[in-house]
Design a protein around this ligand. Structure first.
Ligand code: URA
Length: 176
């Protein structure tokens, strides 16, 4: 797995970060969950999904019968976008080399939300059209199963998103 240098300046997000947020979880996990970008809590702690979205994700994983110690968790970009805006295509492209090295050789990649799905699938349809339909993405010359699903933040006010995320976590459980 390749990691950005501490002083990485491959895109403009370096200007606003406190720290680079590297993947969490076992480096040999068969499943990797890919979120959008670090938020404020992640920028402060250096760990992905530790804020409100992280708590929602952990609850969904626990209800499906596993925990964050069973999977690797990462983001499309490793530095916090200003004001928590969506990462730009050029920022995701700059970080892509690190993401690909994190994903290579896994048995299942889960895209949490539209940014991760757009980055990895190269398309940005409404989540309601693609959620929980397994497809494949090409990573380092190999087709890997890809499960697009809702971002935990979308579950705060939307029952459908909550139900689909729960279903996606059950699929993950069956692949561990
Ligand atoms: N925290 C993350 O690490 N990624 C997200 O997409 C949201 C919150």
């Amino acid at each position: 797995m390749i990691r950005p240098d501490e002083g990485c300046r491959l895109c403009g997000l370096c200007a606003g970060r406190s720290r680079i947020v590297l993947p969490s979880g076992p480096t040999d996990a068969s499943v990797v969950l890919v979120g959008e970008a670090p938020g404020e809590n992640e920028d402060l702690s250096g760990v992905p999904f530790v804020g409100r979205s992280g708590r929602i994700l952990e609850t969904a994983m626990a209800e499906a019968g596993f925990s964050r110690d069973d999977v690797m968790i990462t983001n499309t970009v490793k530095c916090r976008p200003p004001g928590n805006r969506d990462p730009l295509p050029e920022e995701m492209a700059a970080c892509r080399r690190f993401l690909e090295s994190e994903l290579a050789g896994r048995s299942l990649i889960v895209g949490l939300g539209r940014s991760a799905c757009a980055d990895l699938m190269g398309i940005k349809p409404p989540m309601s059209e693609i959620a929980n339909v397994i497809t494949t993405v090409r990573i380092c010359g190999e087709d890997i199963d890809f499960l697009p699903t809702y971002h935990p933040a979308a579950c705060i006010y939307r029952k459908e998103a909550r139900e689909r995320l729960a279903e996606a976590m059950s699929i993950v459980r069956s692949r561990l």
